[in-house]
Design a protein around this ligand. Structure first.
Ligand code: IMP
Length: 433
């Protein structure tokens, strides 16, 4: 059975956890394919709230095997803390989670260098989560990274660590005037994790393909979002991996023919954390209200998110680079009570209007949005049970998002709970189910 990719269409935090939650009943594997504990997925099941950073949200469903695939970077300390937390809440996390031996490890010097690099950049910093994500991916590309499988081979682990630590310590001492890190201390800490983590070690590519061959269904769960993609996002204000649908293929070891569905998760407005351009950003009372009503504070860092109007230029671009089959629209309820809503349909720059994502970064940095106005709706919509019962203005707004994005809106979320999801197009997630 083919796989489904769940991908963030904006700058992350679109509500991917909720989408996975809704679709998890009909799936067998939920696979994280990139990123690390920079992500934050909030999932509400019944009256329980789970905040996950690294473990795929599939862990919350007994029928699902949660998989951390090759493309992810793993901080073993954080992973153990998360596993222990889930275990304490009655979930068999250690027994069920599978981690690829090829996933790269986030090491203590990665965290330190993330912090120091950001500090050195001063006002030009990227606003990273300081979890060591960028430095870990940089080492992977430089081929000096340590991988999850190395934890279980002390000789290799020490050999690799010794070789790389010489350079890291030179960097720490000569550039940042820091004390060197101690090889023995790191080795003791990391090799100390091995015993507890051994049951998780898995050939995840083999697992994924065996499941597909057996007719099982797989969700590939992205972290961050399209505009934070290293290649296709708003570089350099991006993360260091590929959240786009193509990243799901390389990250999990699949080909394009294994996938038949790419579900875009997008908010009914836009948010961004960290620095970087954001054409529709709001700095007024409307923005304040969106932040407060939407609870727009980061799950991982607690940072206040920047907010702005829905941007159709970005939505169309995201559709192009991902190939969406569906849109799962989230947080429509947050827009209740605004007199007028706006959607940016283009950017104005030096007298020209761009309907598509501009090829040069300067245009995007200085783009002035061209807005279309839509009447808002006054009533609270968070208790509505059928899509047809939404106010006409809300349905018109959803229609406008669909038209502007050029992809069908299948689900509309009007609150954090699972029941607060309206079905707009009745199409089965899994063919025949
Ligand atoms: P890094 O991924 O920690 O290197 O941070 C790079 C950029 O991605 C920064 O702007 C972060 O704020 C942003 N970022 C990383 N993870 C997330 C996320 O899960 N949601 C939203 N933004 C994120």
């Amino acid at each position: 059975m083919p796989a489904t990719i769940i991908v963030g269409a904006q700058w992350g935090d679109e509500g991917k956890g909720k989408a996975t939650d809704m679709l998890a009943d009909t799936t067998d594997l939920v696979v994280r394919y990139q990123g690390g504990n920079n992500a934050g997925h909030t999932v509400i099941v019944g009256d329980q709230v789970f905040k996950l950073h690294l473990i795929p949200s599939g862990i919350l469903y007994p029928n699902v095997t949660p998989v951390i695939a090759d493309g992810v970077v793993v901080d073993p300390k954080v992973m153990l803390e998360e596993l222990d937390g889930l275990q304490a809440r009655g979930l068999d996390a250690f027994g069920r989670v599978k981690v690829s031996g090829n996933a790269h490890l986030i090491m203590p010097y990665h965290r330190e260098l993330d912090l120091l690099t950001e500090r050195r950049l001063g006002k030009n910093n990227l606003g990273t989560t300081k979890r060591g994500i960028g430095p870990a991916y940089a080492d992977k590309a430089s081929r000096v990274g340590l991988r999850f499988q190395d934890l279980f081979d002390e000789k290799i682990f020490r050999q690799k660590l010794e070789a790389v630590l010489v350079h890291k310590n030179e960097q720490l001492a000569k550039i940042y005037n820091r004390l060197p890190m101690d090889l023995e201390e790191i080795a003791r800490e990391y090799l100390g994790y091995a015993e507890r983590l051994r049951p998780l070690l898995s050939d995840t590519t083999d697992l994924i393909h065996r499941e597909l061959e057996a007719g099982k269904h797989i969700i590939l769960e992205g972290a961050q979002g399209t505009l934070l993609d290293l290649d296709h996002g708003t570089y350099p204000f991006v993360t260091s991996s590929n959240p786009v649908a193509g990243g799901a293929l390389t990250g999990a070891g699949l080909g394009p023919t294994h996938v038949d569905r790419v579900i875009a998760i997008t908010k009914a407005y836009v948010t961004r954390v960290g620095t970087g351009p954001f054409p529709t950003e709001l700095f007024d009372d409307i923005g304040e209200r969106m932040t407060d009503v939407g609870g727009e504070y980061g799950t991982t860092t607690g940072r206040r998110r920047r907010v702005g109007w829905f941007d159709a230029v970005l939505a169309r671009y995201a559709n192009r680079v991902n190939g969406f089959t569906d849109i799962f629209l989230t947080k429509l309820d947050v827009l209740s009570g605004f007199e007028t809503l706006k959607i940016a349909t283009g950017y104005r720059y030096q007298g020209e209007v761009y309907r598509h994502f501009p090829p040069h970064q300067s245009i995007f940095h200085h783009a002035e949005p061209v807005y279309e106005d839509f009447p808002g709706w006054g009533s609270d919509i968070s208790e509505v049970e059928r899509y047809e019962d939404l106010p006409q203005e809300a349905r018109d707004y959803v229609d406008a998002i669909e038209e502007a994005s050029d992809a069908p809106v299948t689900w509309v979320s009007i609150g954090p709970a699972r029941a607060q999801t309206l079905i707009r197009r009745d199409v089965p997630l899994v063919p025949g189910v």
